[in-house]
Design a protein around this ligand. Structure first.
Ligand SMILES: *[C@@H]1O[C@H](CO)[C@@H](O)[C@H](O)[C@H]1NC(C)=O
Ligand SMILES: *[C@@H]1O[C@H](CO)[C@@H](O)[C@H](O)[C@H]1NC(C)=O
Ligand SMILES: *[C@@H]1O[C@H](CO)[C@@H](O)[C@H](O)[C@H]1NC(C)=O
Ligand SMILES: *[C@@H]1O[C@H](CO)[C@@H](O)[C@H](O)[C@H]1NC(C)=O
Ligand SMILES: *[C@@H]1O[C@H](CO)[C@@H](O)[C@H](O)[C@H]1NC(C)=O
Ligand SMILES: *[C@@H]1O[C@H](CO)[C@@H](O)[C@H](O)[C@H]1NC(C)=O
Ligand SMILES: *[C@@H]1O[C@H](CO)[C@@H](O)[C@H](O)[C@H]1NC(C)=O
Ligand SMILES: *[C@@H]1O[C@H](CO)[C@@H](O)[C@H](O)[C@H]1NC(C)=O
Ligand SMILES: *[C@@H]1O[C@H](CO)[C@@H](O)[C@H](O)[C@H]1NC(C)=O
Ligand SMILES: *[C@@H]1O[C@H](CO)[C@@H](O)[C@H](O)[C@H]1NC(C)=O
Ligand SMILES: *[C@@H]1O[C@H](CO)[C@@H](O)[C@H](O)[C@H]1NC(C)=O
Ligand SMILES: *[C@@H]1O[C@H](CO)[C@@H](O)[C@H](O)[C@H]1NC(C)=O
Length: 465
């Protein structure tokens, strides 16, 4: 399970009867093409099955639609393909509810704080990337204002009455789970707060991100070594954590910690926290050199929700990688570990190997491009659905070059808060040239390139201990 410090690679020959998605993780063009294929399938699933604007139907819950739109905004930002922007904008607006808080009447009876936050995070991404606002009556509320509204509501739900703080999973007492304080809820809230802080420069948000992280450590929701547990009950004052670990919860906290670390110019405490969180995933969620949902994949009993979780961690890891590759102020270097980040060197090879394996696993169904769920086999595992596509899409996006996110000072787009605008920001500054080397030192270089056309032999390389 543990990613080796020295990597040995061997190649396994796998016969494929199908058209896998090809990807060369070294080239922008290839990653973009692969992402495009998967994004198009995701939108096709939506078009073919949706009965309400903005929502994928059962078995997909409300939150997963929010995550999908979020991912498609990132897709546009990193590939430049704006084909789905109008659709995504309409989808977000359609589920906004009358208070601009992503609590539409149809959802409120069973919507949790974590669900609401997924939509708020999509609005956050829309602000950071400058997604145009659709021409509608409600269009004069900005994306960032929607994210702020959700933040304000969740702050008001912060509960000091039990467990020394934290957010409850559910919003309403009549729902099962109101007595549960969990990692995904608090991690999502911390991430929203941290990104609001980075976007607006308002320290109140960053404060709440830190406070939530600190509470998560103090309460034992996150272990001192950085393992993120699922949650605990307020009925026992959060004394007995459910120790199961999910990629999504770790990802939510890693994204939060990465933003906080950046906001504090790599204050040692937060640098260590990010290091600990990130290195902990190496111990739990990596198998055969690729990302793995270890709590359910072995028995093949991941739920529909859980089948989308890897995308959340993949996105978080690319945030950390972006800090390392471009932010010299943080002392983060994912290429060359130093005493501040001894364990981060595994991120780039993990992202590359995961993308390669995900591509090879996108070889199922009648199209020959349905994405499977388990990447360790580098082959389609007969598991098909929205989550599987989202994981694969994010795997490709996580290897694309970083593009700067906007903030309150950026010009253009529709991100403004209260008229503060003095822009130097540019939402698309990083290179998009074809065939350029993206990350120079990935140790996954021995991975074979899938050559799937017709009946073919694919060489999928597994990284072994
Ligand atoms: C959507 O429906 C069309 C027409 O029936 C079909 O060809 C296509 O495969 C479907 N796409 C997906 C992703 O289900
Ligand atoms: C709420 O549900 C009704 C009935 O299914 C549907 O007509 C309506 O469009 C839904 N509203 C939203 C915002 O999804
Ligand atoms: C814009 O927002 C204001 C409230 O802030 C509202 O009164 C007004 O109707 C909105 N305009 C449109 C076109 O929706
Ligand atoms: C926006 O610009 C002002 C004035 O230069 C600066 O003080 C502030 O930190 C900037 N905000 C962000 C979020 O970069
Ligand atoms: C910062 O954000 C908080 C929380 O939304 C808000 O109450 C406060 O007014 C903001 N401060 C400034 C200077 O905008
Ligand atoms: C990081 O991990 C070390 C070793 O487990 C622990 O001593 C330290 O308190 C942790 N620090 C943070 C901020 O998580
Ligand atoms: C990371 O380390 C490599 C190799 O030492 C170096 O070339 C690169 O500039 C470093 N990156 C940063 C952001 O310091
Ligand atoms: C580690 O971080 C500290 C505090 O930010 C910094 O002073 C030091 O130079 C860093 N060490 C290395 C090897 O980058
Ligand atoms: C997927 O289904 C095919 C055809 O039924 C079967 O041969 C194959 O073993 C299955 N693969 C897995 C990983 O279950
Ligand atoms: C806006 O930017 C200009 C040029 O960089 C600068 O002179 C001016 O002081 C800035 N205004 C504010 C409010 O930051
Ligand atoms: C990238 O490659 C495609 C197809 O080969 C070509 O159409 C496009 O102009 C290239 N873009 C750049 C920036 O070189
Ligand atoms: C990708 O880049 C790595 C690291 O530079 C290199 O070793 C590897 O051969 C490249 N792979 C392909 C398919 O070009």
């Amino acid at each position: 399970m543990h990613f080796p410090s020295t990597i040995g690679g061997i190649c396994l020959a796998v016969t494929s009867l199908t058209h896998a998605i090809n990807v060369d993780v070294n080239t922008t063009q290839s990653l973009t093409t692969a992402a495009k294929a998967v994004a198009s399938r995701i939108v096709e699933i939506y078009s073919n099955t949706s009965t309400n604007i903005g929502l994928f139907p059962a078995p997909y819950y409300f939150w997963e639609s929010g995550l999908t739109w979020d991912t498609l905004i990132l897709y546009w930002a990193l590939t430049g393909d704006s084909t789905y922007n109008d659709l995504v904008g309409e989808a977000l607006l359609s589920q906004m509810g009358s208070n601009n808080d992503f609590m539409p009447a149809n959802q409120t009876k069973n919507e949790g704080n974590d669900d609401q936050a997924f939509w708020a995070l999509a609005a956050m991404t829309a602000a950071e990337r400058g997604l145009p606002t659709p021409q509608e009556a409600s269009a004069n509320v900005t994306w960032i204002q929607r994210a702020q509204t959700v933040f304000d509501e969740q702050v008001a739900r912060w509960d000091d009455q039990s467990c020394g703080g934290g957010l409850r999973w559910q919003i309403f007492p009549f729902n099962n789970g109101y007595d549960y304080k969990n990692a995904l809820t608090n991690g999502n809230f911390a991430q929203l707060a941290a990104r609001l802080g980075a976007f607006t420069g308002n320290a109140t948000y960053t404060h709440w991100a830190m406070k939530t992280l600190q509470w998560s450590y103090d309460s034992g929701l996150i272990s001192s070594s950085g393992a993120v547990y699922d949650g605990f009950s307020t009925t026992t004052n959060c004394s007995q954590a459910n120790h199961i670990q999910w990629t999504a919860s770790a990802g939510a906290y890693i994204s939060a910690a990465a933003s906080v670390m950046s906001a504090t110019n790599a204050a040692p405490f937060w640098t260590t926290a990010l290091n600990n969180l990130t290195s902990a995933i190496d111990l739990v969620f990596v198998q055969d050199g690729v990302l793995y949902e270890s709590a359910c994949a072995p028995g093949n009993y991941c739920s529909t929700d859980q089948l989308a979780f890897k995308s959340i961690l993949l996105r978080a890891l690319s945030m950390v990688q972006d800090l390392g590759t471009t932010d010299s102020t943080t002392n983060f270097n994912t290429t060359t570990p130093n005493s501040n980040n001894t364990s981060l060197a595994f991120i780039t090879p993990l992202l590359r190997a995961s993308a390669q394996a995900a591509a090879a696993a996108c070889s199922g169904g009648t199209s020959g491009k349905d994405c499977g769920s388990d990447w360790t086999t580098a082959n389609y595992d007969n598991s098909t659905g929205l989550g599987q596509e989202l994981n694969a899409l994010q795997a490709f996006l996580s290897n694309l070059p970083k593009k700067e996110v906007r903030n309150v000072n950026s010009t253009g787009g529709s991100m403004g808060t209260s008229g503060v605008s003095n822009g130097t920001g540019n939402g698309s500054s990083a290179g998009t040239s074809n065939g350029t080397q993206i990350y120079s030192s990935g140790a996954a270089g021995s991975l074979g390139v899938a050559i799937g056309m017709g009946v073919s032999l694919m060489f999928a390389c597994a990284l072994l201990l």
